[in-house]
Design a protein. Structure first.
Length: 290
């Protein structure tokens, strides 16, 4: 992986962790995420006339890949929300991140990507670190806890979220391969906003839209450029690197989130989470070298 691609994806990971921190501080998560996409979509639209790239109507291939990606990523958020309704964070979170297991498989079988031994070792370290970040103690029983009840709705929903995200990542890679990342990102963001707007038409959300804006308008304004930067840097990095490497490297966002949680939010299990963050960092370095 080139230095430029690695730097762009790490920058995206930092931005991703920051907007997740903003979501954590709000009350109504689904409504706030919708407002974030409204802010980023508006900012994106306003800046298009000033970018050097010429905006052209997207091709059918671009629209198809962006549509697949948008559906997958919106479903990912909905499945995660369903999983968190009944499941514990320490069970749901590692299972919802299983996309990094599928993505290298799809990359090799569908896109013809090849992994070096160093890069493969880096991916395995990232997977281990991602899984370990929610452990309460270092024991075999705690490691196996998320898989104990595969009949649980929350477990199945979180596993489905990880799988559907991996499909969206492949669609993204295929999209930016034949379309400028800026144009593809804009189409993807607007399609996700459209899908989320349809979801918010339900009566349970209508009264919360104005309430969330009144309570957190400052956070919403801050989220616009953060989400836009996160999306753009990742898609430009994805255009320069194999998706088999790009998605695991973006898990650096977990490391950033862990450090924010420990040092700024006073969260517990610091030793285990710092160890997990170190594994993710080591894995990302190996992927960069690979």
């Amino acid at each position: 992986m080139s230095t430029l691609a690695f730097s762009l994806i790490v920058a995206s990971a930092v931005m991703h962790a920051l907007w997740n921190l903003l979501v954590k501080r709000c009350r109504h998560k689904t409504v706030f995420i919708w407002w974030m996409f409204v802010a980023s979509g508006t900012l994106f639209t306003l800046t298009l006339p000033f970018v050097p790239e010429q905006f052209t109507w997207p091709s059918r291939h671009t629209l198809l890949m962006a549509s697949i990606g948008a559906v997958c990523f919106v479903l990912y958020h909905l499945l995660n929300g369903r999983a968190y309704r009944d499941g514990d964070l320490s069970v749901v979170y590692p299972l919802s991140q299983t996309s990094i297991i599928y993505v290298p498989i799809w990359g090799m079988t569908l896109l013809g990507e090849r992994l070096t031994l160093t890069g493969l070792c880096g991916i395995l370290l990232v997977i281990l670190g991602t899984y370990s970040v929610q452990l309460r103690r270092l024991s075999l029983s705690d490691m196996l806890r998320p898989f104990r009840d595969l009949k649980s709705v929350s477990v199945r929903a979180s596993l489905g979220a990880g799988f559907i995200y991996s499909i969206g990542s492949i669609a993204e890679k295929n999209g930016v391969k034949y379309c400028p990342p800026l144009l593809f990102t804009y189409v993807l963001v607007m399609m996700m906003l459209l899908l989320m707007s349809l979801n918010l038409c339900r009566s349970r959300y209508r009264l919360l839209i104005g309430e969330e804006l009144r309570e957190n308008w400052r956070l919403i304004l801050c989220s616009g450029p953060v989400v836009m930067a996160s999306f753009l840097t990742f898609r430009y990095g994805l255009n320069l690197a194999p998706v088999s490497y790009a998605v695991p490297v973006r898990q650096v966002s977990i490391m950033v989130g862990v450090l924010i949680g420990i040092f700024f939010l006073g969260e517990s299990c610091a030793k285990i989470r710092i160890m997990a963050a170190a594994l993710i960092l080591c894995g990302a370095i190996l992927i960069r070298l690979g």
